[in-house]
Write a protein that binds this ligand. Structure first.
Ligand code: GRF
Length: 214
């Protein structure tokens, strides 16, 4: 049975689309059981509907605090019975309650070669620093923002003449490859979260898998 997977979005959902396409062409063995958004206008909801995936939306403005919103989201997620939760541009900081409740079952993608550049504006920061390499990292979610154990990183060489927008576009193309791949590894059980660390094929992984792109 493919791993039941819920994808949480807030925006355009190009990463979500890469999951939909790869499940559709048979190269990714996940059962996409829910797409959840905190924004009713998120284009990713359209993508999900078109693909026949159940959708749900709750707006965070209706709640007094972060945890009450997260508890309402978890109630909706649990109805879909996912084994894996994929954050794909979900622009909310999760409460410690939510992270603990789903510990070891939530993954995120961050557009930087973690542990470098947690937080926002990563592409411009990389250009400003004159880095040779940039990319994106899939990691398990813990309470530390962008700080959970890493699974898979995709890297590419920075062209010092490119703009932050151009670099972002190239990094997104990498994300569309590595995110479904990493989620597939978790879904198949080859990659696991054990005692706060990533395990790959039954061994603790000191470093993420790294793939290089053009
Ligand atoms: C991605 O670039 C990801 O790194 C970040 O949010 C963005 C989502 O983009 N966490 P999209 O909605 O999948 O197009």
């Amino acid at each position: 049975m493919p791993c039941r997977t819920a994808i949480l979005i807030s925006g355009s959902g190009t990463n979500l689309q890469s999951f939909i396409d790869k499940v559709g062409d048979g190269t990714l063995d996940l059962d996409l059981c829910l797409v959840f958004s905190n924004k009713p206008g998120a284009f990713g909801l359209e993508r999900a509907r078109k693909a026949g995936i159940p959708t749900a939306c709750i707006e965070h403005g209706d709640f007094d605090d972060r945890e009450s919103f997260d508890r309402a989201v978890a109630a909706v997620i649990d109805e879909a019975r996912p084994d894996l939760i994929v954050l794909a541009g979900f622009m909310r900081i999760l409460s410690p309650w939510f992270v603990q409740y789903y510990e070891g079952r939530i993954v995120n993608i961050h557009p930087a070669l973690l542990p470098k550049y947690p937080g926002l504006n990563t592409h411009q920061r990389v250009l400003d620093a004159g880095d040779e390499w940039h990319g994106s990292t899939v990691h398990f979610v813990t309470e530390e923002l962008d700080g959970g154990p890493r699974i898979l990183a995709g890297r590419l060489r920075v062209d010092p003449a490119e703009t932050a927008d151009e670099l972002q576009h190239r990094v997104q193309t990498v994300e569309h490859q590595i995110y479904p791949q990493a989620a597939g590894l978790v879904g198949s059980g080859r990659v696991e979260f054990v005692n706060g660390e990533t395990w790959i094929d039954g061994e603790v992984a000191e470093k993420p898998i790294v793939e290089t792109f053009d």
